[in-house]
Unconditional design. Structure first.
Length: 227
């Protein structure tokens, strides 16, 4: 078994804007190893989200190869790419994107049902994750009745619900105040180590990136790796 959960080779992405070609990613190579939490550091507009969209199999138009948990994404048809994304990846965004008409626990149950879990098992795992994240008394609250930090905790639980091989997080605390961001990030890092294979976390915050195992710096379409 390979030591890498994620292997990216020669990844490129360009856009046309006003008749001008913009090279966002200029041949990216990196790995994320099993059990590792890697920070992806760069200022806004540096291409962090574009890179995560590629790795998350959320958008086409990329050159290069992406291998996730031993599977080469470029060789898969749309159905198998959807299956790989569902079975092997978890996502946390800056904005929580919770389903507003469902409670906190239901937001964590639903992806498990899609994954094939029984309703009883999905409910038990959702309650366990949310309780671990300090939301044991808020299980039946809808997102509108939760604070920003609480909503992001639900998003973290949702991302980890199916024990993904790799969690992709795009500025997961970027919409929170500093004190809340620190708490949510610590909880996120701890749960990733307990519940998932690895994580790639995009941020523009040097202080938060320093809490991770290793940092990749995205600069002018290239990566600089800090071991």
């Amino acid at each position: 078994m390979s030591d890498s959960i994620l292997a990216v080779r020669g990844l490129k992405r360009s856009f046309e804007q006003g008749g001008v070609r913009i090279d966002v990613l200029r041949g990216i190579d990196f790995d994320v190893r099993r059990g590792e939490i890697v920070g992806l550091l760069g200022p806004s507009g540096s291409g962090k989200s574009t890179l995560l969209q590629a790795v998350g199999l959320l958008e086409g138009g990329f050159e290069g190869s992406i291998e996730i948990d031993g599977e080469a994404a470029a060789k898969l048809n749309d159905r198998d790419r959807t299956r790989l994304r569902r079975d092997s990846l978890g996502f946390v965004y800056q904005f929580h994107h919770l389903l507003p008409d469902f409670t906190a626990v239901e937001n964590v149950v639903i992806p498990q049902l899609i994954h094939g879990a029984t309703r009883a098992d999905a409910r038990a795992r959702a309650e366990s994750l949310l309780t671990t994240l300090g939301l044991g008394e808020r299980l039946t609250h809808r997102p509108s009745k939760l604070s920003g930090g609480e909503q992001q905790r639900v998003a973290v639980a949702r991302a980890l619900a199916n024990k993904p091989a790799l969690v992709l997080a795009d500025e997961p605390t970027g919409n929170l105040d500093e004190a809340t961001a620190d708490v949510v990030l610590e909880e996120f890092l701890r749960l990733v180590r307990e519940e998932a294979g690895a994580a790639l976390v995009a941020t523009h915050n040097e202080r938060l990136a320093a809490k991770m195992d290793r940092v990749l710096r995205l600069h002018e379409g290239h990566l600089e790796q800090s071991l």
